[in-house]
Design a protein around this ligand. Structure first.
Ligand SMILES: [Ca+2]
Ligand SMILES: [Ca+2]
Ligand SMILES: [Ca+2]
Ligand SMILES: [Ca+2]
Length: 468
Protein backbone atom coordinates (compact mmCIF):
# COMPACT_ATOMS: atom_id res chain seq x y z
CA UNK A 1 0.00 0.00 0.00
CA UNK A 2 1.09 3.48 -0.70
CA UNK A 3 -0.63 6.70 -1.52
CA UNK A 4 -0.32 7.96 -4.99
CA UNK A 5 2.13 10.71 -5.64
CA UNK A 6 3.76 10.20 -2.32
CA UNK A 7 4.68 6.73 -3.42
CA UNK A 8 6.22 7.86 -6.66
CA UNK A 9 8.17 10.51 -4.82
CA UNK A 10 9.29 7.96 -2.31
CA UNK A 11 10.64 5.60 -4.91
CA UNK A 12 12.39 8.37 -6.73
CA UNK A 13 13.90 9.56 -3.53
CA UNK A 14 15.21 6.11 -2.87
CA UNK A 15 17.60 6.53 -5.69
CA UNK A 16 19.18 9.48 -3.98
CA UNK A 17 19.25 7.71 -0.65
CA UNK A 18 16.53 9.59 1.04
CA UNK A 19 13.79 7.06 0.55
CA UNK A 20 14.45 5.82 4.00
CA UNK A 21 12.41 8.71 5.24
CA UNK A 22 9.36 7.23 3.56
CA UNK A 23 6.77 5.75 5.83
CA UNK A 24 6.24 2.05 6.13
CA UNK A 25 2.90 2.54 4.52
CA UNK A 26 4.67 3.55 1.38
CA UNK A 27 6.54 0.33 1.30
CA UNK A 28 3.85 -2.30 1.69
CA UNK A 29 4.39 -5.96 1.14
CA UNK A 30 7.36 -5.37 -1.05
CA UNK A 31 9.30 -4.09 1.86
CA UNK A 32 9.13 -7.44 3.52
CA UNK A 33 9.89 -9.20 0.29
CA UNK A 34 12.62 -7.19 -1.22
CA UNK A 35 13.47 -4.32 0.96
CA UNK A 36 17.02 -5.51 0.88
CA UNK A 37 16.74 -5.42 -2.78
CA UNK A 38 15.83 -1.80 -2.67
CA UNK A 39 18.59 -0.93 -0.34
CA UNK A 40 20.89 -2.65 -2.72
CA UNK A 41 20.06 0.02 -5.25
CA UNK A 42 21.22 2.77 -2.97
CA UNK A 43 24.36 4.58 -4.00
CA UNK A 44 26.10 3.71 -0.77
CA UNK A 45 25.88 0.08 -1.75
CA UNK A 46 28.92 0.77 -3.86
CA UNK A 47 31.02 1.47 -0.83
CA UNK A 48 33.53 -1.34 -0.50
CA UNK A 49 32.68 -2.09 3.09
CA UNK A 50 28.98 -1.91 2.64
CA UNK A 51 27.41 -4.83 0.98
CA UNK A 52 23.79 -4.01 0.65
CA UNK A 53 22.40 -7.41 1.30
CA UNK A 54 22.47 -7.47 5.08
CA UNK A 55 20.49 -4.30 5.31
CA UNK A 56 17.58 -5.73 3.42
CA UNK A 57 16.26 -8.34 5.64
CA UNK A 58 15.21 -6.11 8.40
CA UNK A 59 13.16 -4.36 5.84
CA UNK A 60 10.01 -5.25 7.44
CA UNK A 61 8.63 -2.87 9.86
CA UNK A 62 9.55 -0.25 12.30
CA UNK A 63 10.52 3.31 12.56
CA UNK A 64 13.57 2.57 14.65
CA UNK A 65 14.92 0.55 11.79
CA UNK A 66 14.23 3.30 9.33
CA UNK A 67 15.97 5.75 11.58
CA UNK A 68 19.08 3.63 11.72
CA UNK A 69 19.05 3.02 8.02
CA UNK A 70 18.75 6.70 7.47
CA UNK A 71 22.04 7.31 9.17
CA UNK A 72 23.69 5.45 6.34
CA UNK A 73 26.27 3.96 8.65
CA UNK A 74 27.97 0.88 7.33
CA UNK A 75 27.76 -1.20 10.39
CA UNK A 76 29.08 -4.69 10.80
CA UNK A 77 27.19 -6.86 8.38
CA UNK A 78 26.37 -9.22 11.18
CA UNK A 79 24.40 -6.52 12.93
CA UNK A 80 21.56 -6.08 10.60
CA UNK A 81 19.48 -3.12 11.49
CA UNK A 82 17.20 -1.79 14.06
CA UNK A 83 17.67 -4.27 16.83
CA UNK A 84 20.83 -5.34 18.54
CA UNK A 85 20.94 -8.53 20.58
CA UNK A 86 19.07 -6.77 23.33
CA UNK A 87 16.14 -6.31 20.99
CA UNK A 88 15.72 -10.00 20.36
CA UNK A 89 12.38 -11.50 21.31
CA UNK A 90 10.92 -15.00 21.37
CA UNK A 91 7.97 -14.52 19.05
CA UNK A 92 4.58 -15.99 19.77
CA UNK A 93 1.63 -15.63 17.44
CA UNK A 94 -2.13 -15.64 17.98
CA UNK A 95 -4.09 -16.62 14.89
CA UNK A 96 -7.28 -14.94 13.76
CA UNK A 97 -9.26 -16.83 11.14
CA UNK A 98 -10.70 -14.12 8.89
CA UNK A 99 -12.30 -16.68 6.61
CA UNK A 100 -12.43 -20.47 6.74
CA UNK A 101 -13.23 -20.71 3.04
CA UNK A 102 -11.01 -20.82 -0.01
CA UNK A 103 -11.32 -17.96 -2.48
CA UNK A 104 -7.76 -17.15 -3.43
CA UNK A 105 -4.08 -17.81 -2.77
CA UNK A 106 -2.67 -14.28 -3.05
CA UNK A 107 -2.46 -11.68 -0.27
CA UNK A 108 -1.24 -8.11 -0.02
CA UNK A 109 -2.02 -5.00 1.99
CA UNK A 110 -2.81 -1.37 1.26
CA UNK A 111 -4.97 1.52 2.39
CA UNK A 112 -7.99 0.52 0.34
CA UNK A 113 -10.47 2.93 1.92
CA UNK A 114 -8.10 5.87 2.23
CA UNK A 115 -8.40 6.33 5.98
CA UNK A 116 -4.65 6.18 6.54
CA UNK A 117 -4.65 2.63 7.92
CA UNK A 118 -3.29 -0.40 6.11
CA UNK A 119 -6.04 -2.84 5.12
CA UNK A 120 -5.73 -6.48 4.11
CA UNK A 121 -6.42 -7.80 0.61
CA UNK A 122 -7.03 -11.53 0.26
CA UNK A 123 -7.71 -12.17 -3.40
CA UNK A 124 -11.14 -10.68 -4.15
CA UNK A 125 -11.86 -9.66 -0.54
CA UNK A 126 -10.56 -6.85 1.60
CA UNK A 127 -10.56 -6.40 5.35
CA UNK A 128 -10.41 -2.92 6.81
CA UNK A 129 -8.07 -1.99 9.64
CA UNK A 130 -8.18 -1.87 12.55
CA UNK A 131 -10.94 -4.46 13.06
CA UNK A 132 -10.00 -6.53 10.00
CA UNK A 133 -13.61 -7.58 9.55
CA UNK A 134 -14.63 -8.44 5.99
CA UNK A 135 -15.29 -5.05 4.42
CA UNK A 136 -16.00 -5.73 0.80
CA UNK A 137 -15.04 -7.44 -2.42
CA UNK A 138 -13.54 -6.10 -5.58
CA UNK A 139 -15.51 -8.44 -7.84
CA UNK A 140 -19.21 -9.22 -7.71
CA UNK A 141 -20.04 -12.33 -5.70
CA UNK A 142 -16.62 -13.95 -5.32
CA UNK A 143 -16.88 -17.68 -5.83
CA UNK A 144 -16.07 -20.03 -2.99
CA UNK A 145 -13.76 -22.64 -4.48
CA UNK A 146 -13.20 -26.35 -3.92
CA UNK A 147 -9.84 -27.95 -3.17
CA UNK A 148 -9.42 -29.14 -6.75
CA UNK A 149 -10.15 -25.73 -8.26
CA UNK A 150 -7.83 -22.89 -9.13
CA UNK A 151 -8.86 -19.31 -8.58
CA UNK A 152 -8.10 -16.09 -10.44
CA UNK A 153 -6.03 -14.55 -7.64
CA UNK A 154 -2.87 -16.63 -7.41
CA UNK A 155 -0.89 -13.57 -6.39
CA UNK A 156 -1.99 -10.02 -5.70
CA UNK A 157 -0.02 -6.78 -5.62
CA UNK A 158 -1.55 -3.58 -4.30
CA UNK A 159 -0.37 -0.39 -5.97
CA UNK A 160 -1.83 2.75 -7.46
CA UNK A 161 -1.72 1.88 -11.14
CA UNK A 162 -3.53 4.92 -12.56
CA UNK A 163 -2.05 7.55 -10.24
CA UNK A 164 -5.31 8.73 -8.71
CA UNK A 165 -4.00 8.15 -5.15
CA UNK A 166 -6.25 5.16 -4.65
CA UNK A 167 -4.46 1.82 -4.33
CA UNK A 168 -5.55 -0.67 -6.97
CA UNK A 169 -5.17 -4.43 -7.02
CA UNK A 170 -3.13 -6.40 -9.57
CA UNK A 171 -4.34 -10.01 -9.76
CA UNK A 172 -2.07 -12.62 -11.32
CA UNK A 173 -3.85 -15.83 -12.26
CA UNK A 174 -2.55 -19.28 -13.11
CA UNK A 175 0.77 -19.13 -14.95
CA UNK A 176 -0.55 -20.95 -18.01
CA UNK A 177 -3.72 -18.88 -18.17
CA UNK A 178 -6.97 -20.33 -19.43
CA UNK A 179 -5.87 -22.06 -22.62
CA UNK A 180 -3.11 -19.53 -22.98
CA UNK A 181 -5.33 -16.49 -22.49
CA UNK A 182 -4.03 -13.49 -20.54
CA UNK A 183 -3.94 -14.23 -16.82
CA UNK A 184 -3.24 -10.87 -15.21
CA UNK A 185 -5.64 -7.98 -14.64
CA UNK A 186 -5.81 -4.97 -12.42
CA UNK A 187 -8.85 -3.78 -10.56
CA UNK A 188 -9.33 -0.04 -10.30
CA UNK A 189 -10.16 1.23 -6.84
CA UNK A 190 -13.38 3.24 -7.38
CA UNK A 191 -12.85 5.43 -4.32
CA UNK A 192 -14.14 5.38 -0.81
CA UNK A 193 -17.74 6.19 -1.64
CA UNK A 194 -18.05 3.44 -4.23
CA UNK A 195 -16.29 0.54 -2.54
CA UNK A 196 -19.54 -1.38 -2.23
CA UNK A 197 -19.66 -1.95 -5.97
CA UNK A 198 -17.41 -4.12 -8.17
CA UNK A 199 -14.19 -2.43 -9.19
CA UNK A 200 -13.57 -1.74 -12.91
CA UNK A 201 -11.37 -4.52 -14.34
CA UNK A 202 -8.54 -3.81 -16.80
CA UNK A 203 -6.12 -6.04 -18.67
CA UNK A 204 -2.71 -5.66 -17.04
CA UNK A 205 -0.70 -7.58 -19.60
CA UNK A 206 -1.85 -8.78 -23.00
CA UNK A 207 -0.24 -12.22 -22.79
CA UNK A 208 0.76 -14.71 -20.09
CA UNK A 209 2.51 -13.62 -16.93
CA UNK A 210 4.51 -16.79 -16.36
CA UNK A 211 6.82 -18.22 -13.75
CA UNK A 212 4.79 -18.93 -10.63
CA UNK A 213 6.46 -16.30 -8.45
CA UNK A 214 6.47 -13.01 -10.31
CA UNK A 215 7.94 -10.10 -8.37
CA UNK A 216 6.63 -6.54 -8.22
CA UNK A 217 9.29 -3.97 -7.41
CA UNK A 218 11.46 -1.27 -8.86
CA UNK A 219 13.98 -3.30 -10.85
CA UNK A 220 15.49 -0.94 -13.37
CA UNK A 221 15.93 2.24 -11.44
CA UNK A 222 13.20 4.53 -12.68
CA UNK A 223 10.61 5.89 -10.28
CA UNK A 224 8.16 3.01 -10.55
CA UNK A 225 7.87 -0.70 -9.88
CA UNK A 226 8.01 -3.24 -12.67
CA UNK A 227 6.39 -6.66 -12.76
CA UNK A 228 9.16 -9.25 -13.20
CA UNK A 229 8.17 -12.56 -14.78
CA UNK A 230 8.65 -14.88 -17.74
CA UNK A 231 6.79 -14.77 -21.01
CA UNK A 232 7.16 -16.95 -24.07
CA UNK A 233 10.22 -18.69 -22.67
CA UNK A 234 11.91 -15.38 -21.91
CA UNK A 235 12.72 -13.68 -18.61
CA UNK A 236 12.04 -9.99 -18.23
CA UNK A 237 9.78 -7.33 -16.84
CA UNK A 238 6.77 -5.22 -17.77
CA UNK A 239 6.53 -1.44 -17.43
CA UNK A 240 3.54 0.84 -17.66
CA UNK A 241 2.23 2.03 -20.99
CA UNK A 242 2.05 5.80 -21.43
CA UNK A 243 -1.69 5.40 -21.05
CA UNK A 244 -2.24 3.83 -17.62
CA UNK A 245 -5.39 2.12 -18.82
CA UNK A 246 -3.48 0.20 -21.49
CA UNK A 247 -1.65 -3.07 -20.75
CA UNK A 248 1.94 -2.92 -19.57
CA UNK A 249 4.75 -3.65 -22.04
CA UNK A 250 7.27 -6.47 -21.69
CA UNK A 251 11.05 -6.16 -22.03
CA UNK A 252 13.03 -9.39 -22.27
CA UNK A 253 16.39 -9.42 -20.52
CA UNK A 254 17.25 -12.96 -21.52
CA UNK A 255 16.65 -13.15 -25.24
CA UNK A 256 15.04 -16.34 -26.44
CA UNK A 257 16.33 -18.68 -23.79
CA UNK A 258 13.67 -21.32 -23.40
CA UNK A 259 12.25 -21.70 -19.92
CA UNK A 260 10.21 -24.66 -21.11
CA UNK A 261 6.69 -23.42 -20.70
CA UNK A 262 4.87 -21.11 -18.35
CA UNK A 263 4.87 -23.14 -15.12
CA UNK A 264 8.44 -22.45 -14.09
CA UNK A 265 9.17 -22.23 -10.35
CA UNK A 266 11.54 -19.91 -8.55
CA UNK A 267 12.28 -16.24 -9.18
CA UNK A 268 13.96 -13.50 -7.21
CA UNK A 269 15.58 -10.10 -7.41
CA UNK A 270 18.66 -8.87 -5.59
CA UNK A 271 22.18 -7.60 -5.97
CA UNK A 272 24.15 -10.82 -6.36
CA UNK A 273 27.51 -9.25 -7.16
CA UNK A 274 27.27 -6.20 -4.92
CA UNK A 275 27.69 -3.62 -7.67
CA UNK A 276 24.58 -1.74 -6.58
CA UNK A 277 22.42 -2.90 -9.48
CA UNK A 278 19.68 -5.45 -9.00
CA UNK A 279 20.12 -8.82 -10.65
CA UNK A 280 17.60 -11.58 -11.33
CA UNK A 281 17.88 -15.08 -9.95
CA UNK A 282 15.98 -18.16 -11.08
CA UNK A 283 16.41 -21.87 -10.50
CA UNK A 284 19.08 -22.36 -13.18
CA UNK A 285 21.22 -19.32 -12.49
CA UNK A 286 21.27 -15.59 -12.25
CA UNK A 287 21.23 -12.71 -14.68
CA UNK A 288 23.49 -9.80 -13.87
CA UNK A 289 22.26 -6.31 -14.72
CA UNK A 290 25.04 -4.43 -16.51
CA UNK A 291 24.81 -0.71 -17.34
CA UNK A 292 24.07 -0.14 -21.02
CA UNK A 293 24.79 -3.75 -21.93
CA UNK A 294 22.75 -6.94 -22.24
CA UNK A 295 22.13 -8.73 -18.97
CA UNK A 296 24.83 -11.29 -18.29
CA UNK A 297 23.85 -14.89 -17.58
CA UNK A 298 25.62 -17.03 -14.96
CA UNK A 299 24.50 -20.62 -14.83
CA UNK A 300 24.06 -22.38 -11.50
CA UNK A 301 21.38 -24.86 -10.46
CA UNK A 302 19.94 -23.84 -7.11
CA UNK A 303 19.33 -27.40 -5.97
CA UNK A 304 20.75 -29.63 -3.25
CA UNK A 305 21.81 -33.16 -4.19
CA UNK A 306 21.44 -35.12 -7.38
CA UNK A 307 19.40 -33.70 -10.20
CA UNK A 308 18.06 -37.24 -10.64
CA UNK A 309 16.11 -36.81 -7.38
CA UNK A 310 14.03 -33.92 -8.53
CA UNK A 311 10.85 -33.63 -10.53
CA UNK A 312 10.60 -31.67 -13.74
CA UNK A 313 8.69 -28.95 -11.91
CA UNK A 314 11.47 -28.41 -9.36
CA UNK A 315 12.21 -24.91 -8.20
CA UNK A 316 10.71 -23.02 -5.31
CA UNK A 317 8.89 -19.72 -5.03
CA UNK A 318 10.22 -16.26 -4.17
CA UNK A 319 14.02 -16.38 -4.05
CA UNK A 320 16.00 -14.00 -1.80
CA UNK A 321 19.42 -12.45 -2.21
CA UNK A 322 20.87 -11.62 1.18
CA UNK A 323 24.07 -12.14 3.18
CA UNK A 324 23.31 -15.15 5.36
CA UNK A 325 26.70 -15.94 6.87
CA UNK A 326 27.86 -12.39 7.53
CA UNK A 327 30.86 -12.45 5.21
CA UNK A 328 29.52 -9.50 3.25
CA UNK A 329 28.65 -11.23 0.03
CA UNK A 330 25.11 -11.95 -1.02
CA UNK A 331 23.82 -15.49 -0.68
CA UNK A 332 20.60 -16.99 -2.03
CA UNK A 333 17.73 -18.46 0.01
CA UNK A 334 14.98 -20.48 -1.64
CA UNK A 335 12.58 -23.32 -1.24
CA UNK A 336 13.73 -26.05 -3.60
CA UNK A 337 10.56 -27.58 -4.97
CA UNK A 338 7.17 -25.94 -4.64
CA UNK A 339 5.48 -29.29 -5.29
CA UNK A 340 7.86 -31.48 -3.31
CA UNK A 341 10.15 -30.82 -0.33
CA UNK A 342 13.18 -28.81 0.63
CA UNK A 343 14.60 -25.43 1.65
CA UNK A 344 18.23 -24.33 1.29
CA UNK A 345 20.60 -21.42 1.31
CA UNK A 346 23.41 -21.08 -1.17
CA UNK A 347 26.63 -19.54 0.03
CA UNK A 348 28.36 -17.35 -2.49
CA UNK A 349 32.02 -18.14 -3.08
CA UNK A 350 34.83 -15.80 -4.04
CA UNK A 351 34.61 -16.97 -7.65
CA UNK A 352 30.89 -16.21 -7.85
CA UNK A 353 29.81 -19.85 -7.61
CA UNK A 354 27.64 -21.12 -4.75
CA UNK A 355 27.76 -23.93 -2.21
CA UNK A 356 24.39 -25.24 -1.09
CA UNK A 357 23.41 -25.75 2.57
CA UNK A 358 20.23 -27.64 3.39
CA UNK A 359 17.72 -25.97 5.71
CA UNK A 360 14.91 -28.49 5.26
CA UNK A 361 15.39 -31.88 3.62
CA UNK A 362 14.26 -32.69 0.10
CA UNK A 363 13.11 -36.09 1.41
CA UNK A 364 9.60 -36.93 2.57
CA UNK A 365 9.20 -37.67 6.27
CA UNK A 366 6.54 -37.40 8.96
CA UNK A 367 7.90 -34.11 10.27
CA UNK A 368 8.71 -32.58 6.90
CA UNK A 369 6.34 -30.28 5.02
CA UNK A 370 5.87 -30.29 1.27
CA UNK A 371 4.53 -27.70 -1.18
CA UNK A 372 6.40 -24.65 0.13
CA UNK A 373 5.02 -22.44 -2.64
CA UNK A 374 5.68 -19.03 -1.03
CA UNK A 375 8.59 -17.63 0.97
CA UNK A 376 8.93 -14.25 2.69
CA UNK A 377 12.01 -12.75 4.34
CA UNK A 378 11.66 -10.61 7.47
CA UNK A 379 13.35 -10.16 10.82
CA UNK A 380 10.77 -11.99 12.90
CA UNK A 381 12.56 -11.92 16.25
CA UNK A 382 14.13 -8.46 15.94
CA UNK A 383 17.72 -9.55 16.40
CA UNK A 384 18.82 -7.79 13.23
CA UNK A 385 19.23 -10.99 11.22
CA UNK A 386 16.94 -12.01 8.37
CA UNK A 387 14.50 -14.82 9.04
CA UNK A 388 12.26 -16.63 6.57
CA UNK A 389 8.59 -17.52 6.75
CA UNK A 390 7.09 -20.26 4.61
CA UNK A 391 4.44 -22.95 4.78
CA UNK A 392 2.46 -25.50 2.94
CA UNK A 393 0.39 -24.58 -0.06
CA UNK A 394 -2.32 -27.10 0.72
CA UNK A 395 -3.53 -28.92 -2.41
CA UNK A 396 -1.04 -27.08 -4.55
CA UNK A 397 -2.05 -29.54 -7.21
CA UNK A 398 -5.52 -31.08 -7.37
CA UNK A 399 -6.30 -34.54 -6.03
CA UNK A 400 -6.25 -35.95 -9.53
CA UNK A 401 -2.52 -35.21 -9.79
CA UNK A 402 -1.46 -34.94 -6.15
CA UNK A 403 1.93 -33.82 -4.90
CA UNK A 404 3.79 -35.79 -2.21
CA UNK A 405 2.22 -35.03 1.18
CA UNK A 406 -0.55 -32.99 -0.38
CA UNK A 407 -3.04 -33.70 2.43
CA UNK A 408 -0.57 -33.27 5.31
CA UNK A 409 -1.20 -30.51 7.85
CA UNK A 410 -1.11 -27.04 6.30
CA UNK A 411 1.74 -25.92 8.51
CA UNK A 412 3.06 -22.35 8.67
CA UNK A 413 6.54 -21.85 10.12
CA UNK A 414 9.59 -19.62 10.20
CA UNK A 415 13.29 -20.24 10.13
CA UNK A 416 15.37 -18.24 12.57
CA UNK A 417 18.83 -17.37 11.29
CA UNK A 418 21.52 -17.80 13.92
CA UNK A 419 25.22 -17.14 13.50
CA UNK A 420 28.09 -18.33 15.65
CA UNK A 421 31.74 -19.27 15.25
CA UNK A 422 30.77 -22.35 13.24
CA UNK A 423 28.80 -20.31 10.75
CA UNK A 424 25.15 -19.78 9.95
CA UNK A 425 22.31 -22.10 10.84
CA UNK A 426 18.53 -21.98 10.75
CA UNK A 427 16.17 -23.08 13.52
CA UNK A 428 12.62 -23.98 12.58
CA UNK A 429 9.66 -22.64 14.60
CA UNK A 430 6.09 -23.74 13.86
CA UNK A 431 3.51 -20.94 13.93
CA UNK A 432 0.32 -22.75 13.01
CA UNK A 433 -0.73 -26.22 11.88
CA UNK A 434 -3.78 -25.50 9.73
CA UNK A 435 -3.35 -22.46 7.53
CA UNK A 436 -0.19 -22.61 5.42
CA UNK A 437 0.35 -20.23 2.55
CA UNK A 438 -0.80 -19.59 -0.98
CA UNK A 439 1.52 -18.19 -3.65
CA UNK A 440 2.38 -15.00 -1.82
CA UNK A 441 1.72 -13.45 1.57
CA UNK A 442 2.64 -10.54 3.79
CA UNK A 443 4.98 -10.25 6.77
CA UNK A 444 4.96 -6.81 8.37
CA UNK A 445 3.56 -4.98 11.35
CA UNK A 446 -0.16 -4.79 10.69
CA UNK A 447 -1.36 -3.96 14.19
CA UNK A 448 0.91 -1.00 14.90
CA UNK A 449 2.85 -2.40 17.85
CA UNK A 450 6.19 -2.70 16.06
CA UNK A 451 6.09 -6.51 15.89
CA UNK A 452 5.77 -8.14 12.50
CA UNK A 453 2.57 -10.06 11.85
CA UNK A 454 1.82 -12.58 9.11
CA UNK A 455 -1.15 -12.36 6.76
CA UNK A 456 -1.89 -15.38 4.57
CA UNK A 457 -4.60 -16.53 2.24
CA UNK A 458 -4.69 -20.15 1.13
CA UNK A 459 -6.95 -23.09 0.41
CA UNK A 460 -7.46 -23.34 4.20
CA UNK A 461 -8.83 -19.81 4.41
CA UNK A 462 -7.62 -16.33 5.27
CA UNK A 463 -5.52 -15.83 8.40
CA UNK A 464 -3.95 -13.02 10.38
CA UNK A 465 -1.22 -14.32 12.67
CA UNK A 466 -0.64 -11.53 15.17
CA UNK A 467 2.69 -11.48 16.98
CA UNK A 468 2.08 -11.16 20.72
CA1 LIG B 1 -5.69 3.98 -8.41
CA1 LIG C 1 24.36 -6.50 -9.40
CA1 LIG D 1 27.58 -14.34 2.38
CA1 LIG E 1 16.02 -12.45 13.08
Amino acid sequence: MRNGGLHAACLAALLVHSALACSDDDRDKRSARDAGVRDAALPDAHAPDAHPAPRDASASTNDARDAELDTGDHADAARMLDAGPSGKVEPRFATRILSADYYAEGADVGDIDGDGRVDLVAGPHWYAAPSFELSGSIVADPKKLGMDEYGEFFLVFVDDINADSRPDVIAVGIAGGDNGQPNTYWYENPGRDKLAQPWPKHLFFSDLVSNESPAYLNLVGDARPELVFMNGGRLGYARPNANPLQPWEFTSISGDVSYAGPYVHGLGVGDIDGDGMLDLVERTGYWRQVPNLPWERHEFEFWIGSSADRAGNWGGAQMYVIDIDGDRDADVVTTLAAHQYGVAWFEQQANGAFVGHSILSTQASSDNTSQLHALVMADINRDGLPDFVTGKRYYAHPSTTPDPGTTDAARLFWFELQRDASGAKFVQHVIHEDSGVGLDFVVRDLTGDGKVDIFTCSKRGTFLHVQQ
